[in-house]
Design a protein around this ligand. Structure first.
Ligand code: ZN
Length: 348
């Protein structure tokens, strides 16, 4: 038998708790609605989407797909937010491709664009992982995450009270050699373009140091570190940055696989940083995925698949529920996002 045909079934007889609806209403602070991550809902009927969200009590859905051009942002604002303003928020973005042409003028231009996006209705800024991996300046030099030239952009976000949801780097193993010790071997073989070997890419830790420095240098700007602060494999590192920077928050999108395989550390982390963690799935409005997240956060179920696919796509391991207390669940499900993302509504 080839190893990749091996499909062992667990013989454990353990509790299976079905959670159809979460214990509190939910704000999904990290998700998408267009292709490739959001399921193409910009081309499907809105009532169907709203009904789906109602089924799993997603009260508010943050759509990070506003993009960098007014064209996509406007389309998402018109299609989702205009008819259901209490159900959707749309984040804008930065058009890094303009840096080579605009040169020294780029940072102020990007800040001005952010202002226009807010005027049009954007309620946050999404920074995609190309920042730190592939964004280049007018000298064709890779732009570092903490590049001081970008100060106008980050300070404008603070002034405009727009939270910055930032994703840099990727799972640590994506930066490792693709060999017999790589824990994401199957995933990387299926998606060869997800590998970031150094060189030509910078090492994982230099990107993460850039993120920490960026967040510390702009204490007035609210940063939400996507995917458990972009380093879910090392909760100690993320906790240290949360301790150091009160302007730093994290979301849990697409990372229950990582959190759920270190359940003791993860449970302590959730309880200790209960005010700093935002719910998100990053997998589109998928009912099975939502219910897996609820099961992970609410129950003490043991050794279950973290994904609807079998074998699970990020790595062949299973996860354990965190059985979080109600006061933590309430904060993670909606209170924190209400404070961090919805505060821009209050004007000023
Ligand atoms: Zn995402």
């Amino acid at each position: 038998m080839q190893l990749d045909n091996y499909r062992p079934h667990s013989a454990l007889v353990t509790k299976i708790t079905e959670i159809d609806r979460p214990r509190f209403p939910v704000i999904d602070a990290h998700n998408h609605l267009a292709e490739p991550f959001g399921g193409g809902w910009d081309k499907k009927p809105l009532p169907e989407l709203l009904e789906r969200l109602d089924q799993v009590n997603i009260r508010l859905y943050v759509d990070l797909d506003g993009g960098w051009g007014e064209h996509i942002l406007n389309a998402h604002l018109d299609y989702f937010k205009a008819p259901a303003p209490e159900r959707f928020k749309v984040f804008g973005g930065v058009d890094w491709s303009q840096w080579p042409a605009l040169g020294d003028k780029f940072p102020d231009w990007a800040a001005q664009r952010l202002r226009l996006q807010k005027e049009r209705g954007a309620e946050g800024l999404k920074v995609w992982k190309g920042f730190g991996l592939s964004v280049r300046d007018q000298q064709d030099t890779l732009v570092q995450v903490d590049d001081p030239r970008l100060e106008p952009l980050w300070e404008s976000a603070a002034e405009l009270k727009l939270p910055v949801l930032i994703h840099v780097a990727d799972p640590v193993a994506f930066f490792w050699p693709l060999d017999d010790q790589n824990e994401r071997w199957e995933e990387l073989v299926a998606h060869p373009d997800w590998q970031f070997p150094s060189p030509p890419f910078p090492p994982f830790h230099s990107i993460m140091n850039g993120l920490a420095n960026l967040v510390a240098t702009h204490p007035r700007t609210t940063f939400i570190g996507a995917h458990v602060g972009c380093y879910s494999e090392n909760l100690g590192w993320v906790g240290e940055l949360l301790d150091r920077c009160p302007n730093f928050y994290i979301d849990i999108g697409a990372r229950i696989a990582e959190l759920g395989r270190q359940p003791y550390a993860a449970r302590k982390f959730f309880i200790h940083y209960a005010d700093r963690i935002l719910f998100g799935t990053d997998m589109g409005p998928d009912l099975d995925v939502y219910r897996l997240y609820f099961r992970f956060l609410e129950t003490g179920d043991e050794y279950f698949n973290y994904d609807p696919l079998d074998p699970p796509p990020q790595g062949r391991w299973q996860i354990y529920g965190l059985s979080l207390p109600d006061e933590v669940l309430e904060k993670v499900y909606f209170r924190n996002a209400e404070r961090v993302i919805c505060k821009s509504d209050q004007g000023g």
